[in-house]
Design a protein around this ligand. Structure first.
Ligand code: ARG
Length: 574
C-alpha cells in the first residue's frame, strides 16, 4: 500500500527535476534484498541514459526534491542509481490500523478502471472438456477475479466452438446411429462416439464423406431439421459444461458461440476485399504481412478456397462485436500455446483493418499438463482424461487426506471440506507454475499439507482462525484496539508482507500471472508461521497482544481474499 505513496512522491519530485519526463516510468518495486530497504525505484537509470546524464547524480538531485519523511526513513542512492526506501514502523502501523478498522485490505482500487473482456475456457460443442481446457478455465477465471478485485469492469465471454466442418459428420452420425438412452446418460460421450464412428467410416467410404458435406451444407443453409439437431447438440453440451463450471465456481457473463458471428462474416470479408487488405491467392482471400518479421512467412487466410470463412474470420467478427458492445480497453484471450500464431495473425489483421482502435489485445497462453512420465497427461489406458473424472478424483483423494487429519468430524463435514480442499489443490497446482512452461501433474504433490499447495494455505488459514476464536476477540474489538506497536522483527516482516498484497495483485494483473499471487500467499503463510513461533499472542501483554491478534486476523483476511481471487474456497476447519 505504501508503495503508492512513495511512487506518487517520486513522480512529483521527478516533474521538478526533469519536467519533460513521463512520471509513469516511475514504478516502485520491493527491494530484492531487504538489507538495503523495503522498496526500490530504478527508473533514474533509464531516464538518465536517455538524456546522457549521470544516473547517480540524477538520483541525488531527485532526492533533494523528495520528501517522504511521513512514511520512510531518509531514502538513499545505491549502486548505479537505485533509490532505496525503508518504511518507518509507525507508518506501517498506521496502515495496519486502518485495515483493522476495515477501511481497506492492503490494496486500493485502480485510479482509472478499465473495461476488460476475458475470453476463456471456450470448449467445443459435442466434445467433452478435457484437461487442456482446465488450464484456460482456471487461469481465465482467476485473471477475471484479479481484475475485478482491482476495480475494473470485467466481462467474461465463453467463446464456445459451435460451428465448423465437424458438424457434417456429427449430423450423419446422429441421423444413422443415435442411441437416445446413451445420449440421456452422457450426451458428450454419445456425441463423441458418433463422431468417431462416422470419421472412421468416412476413411473407407467416400460416399459417406460426401453425405457429410451435404449435411453440413444443409445446416449452413438453414435446413430446419439439421438446425434443430445442431441446436440440440449445443444445448446438451452446454448443459454438461455448466455442471463443470458450477463445480468449479466459474461464471460467464456471456456465452456467445462462434455461430453467433455468422451473420457478420460476409460483410467483413467484403470490406477486407474492398479496402485491399485481403488479396486473392490461389483462389483464397489472404492478408499478407510483407514487413512483419515473423508473419511475412505466415499470411492469414480469411476466406478459404471453398468459400468458407474460418477461425480467423470468426475471431475478427467477434472482436468487432466486442468493441461495439462493450467498448473495452483490453481483450484478453486465454488459450494454450499452440494458438500463438493464430492470435498474432488475428491481431495483425485487426490492426490493419481498424488502425485507429486503442484497445489492448493480449494472448495469454500456457503450456501443457504432463503425466509423471513426462508425456501428455492421459489415463492409465492412454485415453484423454475428462475434466469431470478429474474433479471427482480430486475430491476423493482429498477426502482421504482430510479423514486422516481429522477422523472425528462427521462424514458429511469431511466431504464438504474435501470438496474445497480437492478442487483448491487442483486449481492451485495449475496456477502456481509459470504458465508458459509445461508442468507435471502429481496428486501427491498438490495435496501435500506442507509445501507450496492450496491445502497448506487453507490449513494455515484455519489455524489462524482457531487462534482468533480462542482469543475471544471480535472484529469489532479489533477495530477499536489501541495503536499498534511493531517491535519484533518477525512482526515487522509479517506486517510488511501484508502491505504488499496490492502491489502483488497489480503485478499479477499487469503481466497476467496469477502465480505471483500464489507465491505471495505462500510467503505470507511462511512469515506468519515464523511470527507465531517467536511471538506469543494470547499470553502477551498489551499492547503487544492486540497488535499480534490484529496481525493474525489481517493475515487470515488476506489469505482468504487471496485464495478467493485464485478461485479457491477456504474452509473454516480442516
Ligand atoms: N474453441 C477454441 C479451442 O478449443 C478456443 C477458442 C479461444 N477463443 C477465441 N476467441 N479464439 O481451441
Amino acid at each position: 500500500m505504501l508503495h503508492r505513496f512513495i511512487e506518487n512522491r517520486v513522480r512529483q519530485a521527478l516533474t521538478r527535476v526533469l519536467p519533460d519526463a513521463d512520471p509513469g516510468t516511475v514504478q516502485v518495486q520491493p527491494c530484492p534484498d531487504p538489507r538495503f530497504g523495503d522498496y526500490q525505484v530504478n527508473a533514474m537509470m533509464a531516464l538518465a541514459k536517455a538524456r546522457k546524464l549521470n544516473p547517480r547524480q540524477l538520483a541525488t538531485d531527485l532526492l533533494s526534491h523528495l520528501d517522504v519523511a511521513d512514511g520512510c526513513e531518509p531514502p538513499t542512492v545505491a549502486g548505479a542509481g537505485f533509490l532505496n526506501f525503508r518504511l518507518k514502523p509507525a507508518a506501517i502501523a498506521g496502515v495496519l490500523e486502518a485495515a483493522a478498522r476495515g477501511e481497506h485490505l492492503f490494496f486500493v482500487p485502480a485510479e482509472k478502471p478499465r473495461v476488460i473482456v476475458v475470453d476463456f475456457s471456450s470448449p467445443n460443442v459435442a466434445k467433452a472438456m478435457h484437461v487442456g481446457h482446465i488450464r484456460s478455465t482456471i487461469l481465465g477465471d482467476s485473471l477475471a477475479r484479479i481484475f475485478r478485485l482491482l476495480g475494473h469492469r470485467v466481462i467474461t465471454d465463453n467463446h464456445i466452438g459451435d460451428w465448423g466442418t465437424q458438424f457434417g459428420k456429427l449430423l450423419v452420425g446422429w441421423k444413422q446411429h443415435l442411441d437416445r438412452s446413451a445420449l440421456e446418460r452422457d450426451s458428450l460421450a454419445e456425441m463423441e462416439r458418433l463422431y468417431r464412428l462416422i470419421n472412421a467410416e468416412c476413411e473407407k467410404n467416400p460416399a459417406l464423406l460426401d453425405l457429410a458435406r451435404q449435411e453440413l451444407l444443409k445446416l449452413q443453409q438453414g435446413d430446419p431439421e439439421n438446425r434443430s439437431i445442431w441446436q440440440e447438440m449445443i444445448d446438451d453440451s452446454r448443459h454438461q459444461f455448466d455442471t463443470i463450471y458450477d463445480r468449479l465456481g466459474v461464471r460467464f457473463d456471456q456465452t456467445l458461440g462462434e455461430s453467433f458471428y455468422n451473420p457478420r462474416l460476409n460483410a467483413l470479408i467484403d470490406e477486407l476485399n474492398r479496402r485491399g487488405i485481403a488479396e486473392e491467392s490461389d483462389g483464397a482471400r489472404v492478408v499478407f504481412f510483407p514487413d512483419h518479421p515473423e508473419l511475412k512467412q505466415h499470411p492469414a487466410i480469411v476466406l478459404k478456397r471453398d468459400g468458407a470463412a474460418n477461425y480467423t474470420t470468426t475471431d475478427l467478427a467477434t472482436l468487432a462485436h466486442r468493441l461495439e458492445t462493450w467498448q473495452p480497453n483490453e481483450i484478453v484471450y486465454v488459450t494454450d500455446g499452440r494458438q500463438q500464431l493464430h492470435f498474432k495473425q488475428l491481431f495483425a489483421v485487426f490492426r490493419r483493418w481498424q488502425p485507429e482502435a486503442r484497445v489492448t489485445l493480449a494472448h495469454v497462453w500456457f503450456g501443457s499438463i504432463l503425466g509423471e512420465d513426462g508425456k501428455p497427461f492421459k489415463t492409465r489406458s492412454g485415453e484423454v482424461i475428462r475434466l469431470s473424472d478429474l474433479l471427482d478424483e480430486a475430491e476423493d483423494r482429498a477426502f482421504k487426506v482430510v479423514s486422516e487429519k481429522n477422523p472425528d468430524l462427521a462424514e458429511a463435514v469431511r466431504r464438504e471440506i474435501a470438496r474445497t480442499v480437492g478442487l483448491g489443490a487442483l486449481k492451485y497446482a495449475d496456477l502456481l507454475p509459470n504458465r508458459q512452461g509445461d508442468y507435471v501433474f502429481s496428486w501427491d504433490r498438490m495435496l501435500a499439507l506442507n509445501g507450496n499447495t492450496a491445502p497448506y494455505l487453507q490449513y494455515a488459514y484455519t489455524r489462524i482462525r482457531s487462534i482468533f476464536r480462542k482469543s475471544g476477540f471480535t472484529p469489532e474489538q479489533l477495530a477499536a484496539a489501541p495503536a499498534f506497536v511493531l517491535a519484533e522483527s518477525d512482526e515487522l516482516a509479517l506486517a510488511k508482507q501484508l502491505l504488499n498484497f496490492g502491489l502483488v495483485l497489480e503485478g499479477a494483473a499487469r503481466e497476467y500471472r496469477p502465480n505471483f499471487l500464489c507465491n505471495y500467499l505462500y510467503d505470507l503463510a511462511g512469515l506468519f508461521a515464523r511470527f507465531y513461533e517467536n511471538c506469543p499472542v494470547l499470553k502477551a501483554e498489551e499492547p503487544a497482544r492486540s497488535t499480534r491478534l490484529a496481525l493474525c486476523e489481517l493475515t487470515a483476511r488476506v489469505l482468504r481474499e487471496g485464495l478467493d481471487t485464485l478461485g479457491i474456497e477456504t474452509p473454516e476447519q480442516m
